[in-house]
Design a protein around this ligand. Structure first.
Ligand code: 9MR
Length: 467
């Protein structure tokens, strides 16, 4: 395992911005004034994974199973902690096209509606894969299989057009071991270009979704499989094949431990001009050791600007595909584990607590420099007839408890879909308010929301109001 000098599991979150110092100063003042003291430590730190990730412009997600949406404990944790979901099995090929040409979306739709109704993002998993193929597809080959695969990609991506933040377009296409070769499969035998064909079909069907290549055992930068995926992405970027992101599944266990060069892997992929997403994180173990590894993974992601989100592969240990390895953040009763505390503390910018008491500098008598309120900026991904706008909200010197962004769409344009914000109106001047988990943004920090629209999105000029 990665050597690690940090010690201890749960720690009181202390954030980098030193706000705990401020609350200490306020407490001293309150004592001096003879007032009753209510201790509110860490008042500034976010208290859920999703809220904390959102403050850093990232998401924190979980794999979700449709048949658990009636489990109260499960749903309570899901709704409280996460701002992204990945259907664990419900979007796979066997689930969505059980008979050729017969598409069933009921279970996946339940997850998508649950998530989007609460402002959560959805990762689509997965459009083309050698595994979990329905029987009819397993028995196909050659041009018929290629056509069936492309039709599947098109139909499923079209059904969810505008609702998916990122798609795992192709999953697990490389072989394990030292060969660096493609995995043999019926899809691979249709021709080496099957992966790029799938990406092109996905882009055409849902131009607003980020398109990812997703795989496991691609965490260690020195491994042949990692290098093979890196070369694929580099080749796609060079030739203009549409690809926006790489998913590192990151299933860690004694046979496949967290590598000390993980951050190098994240930053190397990011340097190719793609986002990096940690898509199926689980870490077998328990206690402090497990907590430290979660902390390392989060810190590595936070250190790479284009590491845009983390998804854990289940909620409670008992929900895991590897339940016996207790690899998740909540125990079987839904209680937070040390791994949870370490993850939240790392997201909050947690560093080891100071060994000396904070110095008592006098409180400032004038407000700190820099504007209060908030600012917003838009980046646009446009195509003929539509666009996706990503809006970055940055808090001024006071931070925000809530925010709203208004902008005026060009005539003919309309918002069709919004994530990480609540839209009022869909044409003309549209107002986007924060959702529950991303209203609070610390001074100078940012969070992002997005929307998809029809028509043109050029010239958007957002104004931001802080509450
Ligand atoms: O967690 C999934 C489990 O419920 C399924 O039985 C299994 C079948 O292949 O797939 C699991 O999810 C896998 C994911 O789709 C792709 N990466 C590996 C995951 C764990 O096996």
């Amino acid at each position: 395992m990665h050597s690690n000098s940090e010690r201890g599991g749960a720690r009181r979150p202390v954030n980098r911005r030193g706000l705990r110092v401020v609350s200490t100063v306020a407490a001293v003042g309150a004592l001096a004034a003879g007032m009753a003291l209510v201790v509110t430590t860490s008042a500034s730190a976010a208290t859920t994974l999703g809220a904390s990730a959102a403050e850093r412009g990232r998401y924190f997600g979980a794999a979700v199973a449709a048949n658990k949406l009636s489990d109260n404990t499960y749903v309570t944790i899901l709704n409280r902690e996460f701002n992204s979901v990945t259907p664990e099995n419900e979007m796979k090929i066997d689930a969505t096209e059980p008979q050729q040409g017969v598409f069933t979306f009921a279970n996946a739709d339940r997850i998508v509606n649950h998530a989007r109704g609460r402002g959560m993002q959805v990762r689509g998993h997965t459009l083309a894969w050698h595994s979990q193929q329905p029987g009819w597809m397993q028995n196909m080959s050659g041009t018929a299989l290629r056509a069936a695969m492309l039709n599947h990609v098109t139909q499923v991506a079209t059904h969810y057009r505008g609702q998916i933040h990122s798609w795992d377009v192709v999953n697990e296409a490389f072989a394990d071991g030292s060969s660096g070769a493609r995995r043999d499969s019926n899809l691979q035998r249709t021709g080496n270009d099957w992966i790029e064909a799938a990406f092109r079909a996905a882009r055409a069907a849902d131009p607003g979704a980020k398109l990812c290549y997703n795989d496991y055992n691609t965490d260690d930068w020195t491994h042949a499989k990692t290098q093979a995926v890196y070369n694929l992405v580099r080749d796609f970027k060079t030739r203009g094949v549409p690809i926006d992101c790489v998913g590192l599944q990151s299933h860690f266990n004694p046979n496949s431990p967290y590598p000390g060069n993980y951050r190098t892997t994240l930053s190397s992929f990011a340097a190719l001009g793609v986002d990096v997403q940690i898509t199926e994180l689980d870490i077998e173990g328990s206690g402090t050791t497990q907590a430290n590894t979660y902390r390392n993974v989060v810190n590595d992601c936070l250190a790479v600007a284009r590491c845009t989100g983390i998804t854990v592969w289940g909620i409670r240990d008992t929900d895991s595909w590897r339940a016996s390895g207790t690899p998740l953040l909540f125990d079987g009763n839904g209680n937070k584990k040390p791994a949870y505390d370490a993850t939240l503390a790392a997201l909050n910018g947690g560093t080891p607590p100071p060994t000396t008491p904070p110095t008592t500098t006098p409180p400032p008598t004038t407000p700190p420099p820099g504007g209060a309120g908030c600012t917003a900026s838009v980046s646009l991904n446009s195509w003929n007839g539509g666009f996706v706008a990503t809006v970055r909200v940055t808090a001024g010197s006071s931070g925000t408890n809530s925010w709203a962004v208004t902008l005026t769409l060009p005539s003919g344009a309309a918002v069709t879909n919004t994530w990480n914000a609540q839209a009022s109106g869909n044409t003309g001047t549209v107002r986007f308010a924060n959702v529950a988990y991303n209203g609070r943004v610390a001074p100078g920090q940012s969070t992002e929301f997005g929307f998809q629209g029809t028509g043109s999105g050029t010239g958007l000029n957002p104004t931001c109001t802080a509450g």
